[in-house]
Ligand binder design. Structure first.
Ligand code: NAD
Ligand code: AKB
Length: 317
């Protein structure tokens, strides 16, 4: 039977790109994009789009039944910086959305669920370099606590109720198609926009703040690769570490300067610095590589060149 896919949060940074990839793979009419706000024109015009508030469990269940949904990708969440400013909404949205979707698979016709976790599950007591899959996890942000709790629920629903739920701990994601949604790693996207528009950028993270990052095409590849893997290759049902490359603001600044001569980078760290300081600098993703063949393609230089080329074209239109 042809899978019918529901994407929740499809107006966001990841959804904007993931919906288009899923429509290429499964056929446009088989991917129902939803959000609480309008999505990018290409998402809304290339296939079905509906407004859906994931806090409304009945609306979710109605849509799943009406559209005969068999797979759900849950992307709605408050990210680290925004959640830290709104604790109740961060915790409420991040936890209830997941419980509504997991129950749609436990009690309903949904066969497979994708839910992203984050490097934010780690905390200040976690080993920072080459952070292992299994290690000390004491996150000290609302977002990180919600992601760690979410991972435990995913494993629980898989082990107790047989729900085929799959997850990746994304690092900071960098893409040119959609704006980032309120994370601590967003500076690595803003820097390209400001370099092209103004020739300078003031980073809200300080010099020396080295974090794990990934270019969006690699993140989308990892996501669909994990979802397509045979179930017996998906040995971790909490969430997989995946890595691309790591850098600090001055490293990406140097790459940007190669593309925009004279580019000026300044630093004004704010409350997001403490969040970044609690996260790993680099990630060991050997389980993802050996279990389902994950391999990243882009490094810092490739990513910077591709981002610059695409954004420059976008601004010239
Ligand atoms: P985003 O903020 O860009 O998009 C989230 C989308 O969810 C938005 O379009 C928003 O309108 C929608 N949304 C909010 N409340 C909703 C509700 N009640 N019902 C339906 N939709 C709602 O986020 P993103 O960057 O696309 O991230 C998607 C997922 O990936 C999140 O779980 C996030 O934690 C995770 N993640 C992202 C990154 C990253 O760097 N982007 C890194 C690690 C993990
Ligand atoms: C954020 O900064 O909140 C996200 C993430 C790493 O989860 N980009």
């Amino acid at each position: 039977m042809q899978d019918k896919i529901l994407v929740i949060g499809s107006a966001g940074q990841i959804g904007t790109e993931l919906v288009m990839r899923l429509r290429d793979m499964y056929g446009a009419s088989n991917v129902v994009a939803t959000d609480i706000r309008d999505a990018a024109p290409e998402v809304m015009e290339s296939g079905p789009f509906e407004l859906l508030d994931i806090m409304n469990q009945e609306a979710l269940n109605d849509l799943v039944a009406r559209e005969k949904i068999t797979q759900i990708y849950l992307l709605a969440a408050l990210l680290s910086a925004t959640a830290e400013k709104n604790i109740e909404l961060g915790w409420g949205l991040n936890m209830r959305s997941l419980s509504h979707v997991l129950d749609a698979a436990r009690f309903g016709p949904v066969k497979k669920v994708y839910w992203p976790s984050s490097i934010a599950v780690f905390g200040p007591t976690t080993p920072r370099e080459n952070t292992p899959q299994r290690t000390i996890m004491e996150p000290n942000t609302v977002y990180g606590i919600s992601k760690l709790a979410g991972e435990r629920w995913c494993e629980y629903y898989h082990d107790k109720f047989g729900v085929d739920v799959r997850s990746i701990r994304y690092p900071g994601l960098i893409g040119w198609k959609a704006a980032p949604g309120g994370g601590t790693t967003d500076y690595a996207v803003h820097i390209f926009h400001e370099a092209i528009k103004e020739g300078k950028y003031t980073s809200f993270l300080d010099e020396g703040t080295r974090l794990p990052m990934m270019y969006m095409p690699d993140a989308i590849d990892a996501t669909v690769q994990l979802m397509e893997a045979p179930a017996d290759q998906v040995k971790i049902r909490s969430s997989y570490n995946v890595a691309g490359f790591s850098f600090a603001p001055e490293d990406i600044g140097a790459e940007v300067r190669n593309l925009v001569p004279g580019f000026e980078l300044n630093y004004e760290p704010d409350y997001r610095q403490a969040i970044a300081d609690s996260w790993p600098s680099s990630i060991d993703d050997s389980d993802a590589r050996s279990d389902w063949g994950w391999n990243h393609k882009f490094d810092l230089k490739d990513m910077s060149q591709d981002m610059f080329k695409n954004l420059k074209t976008k601004y010239q239109k």
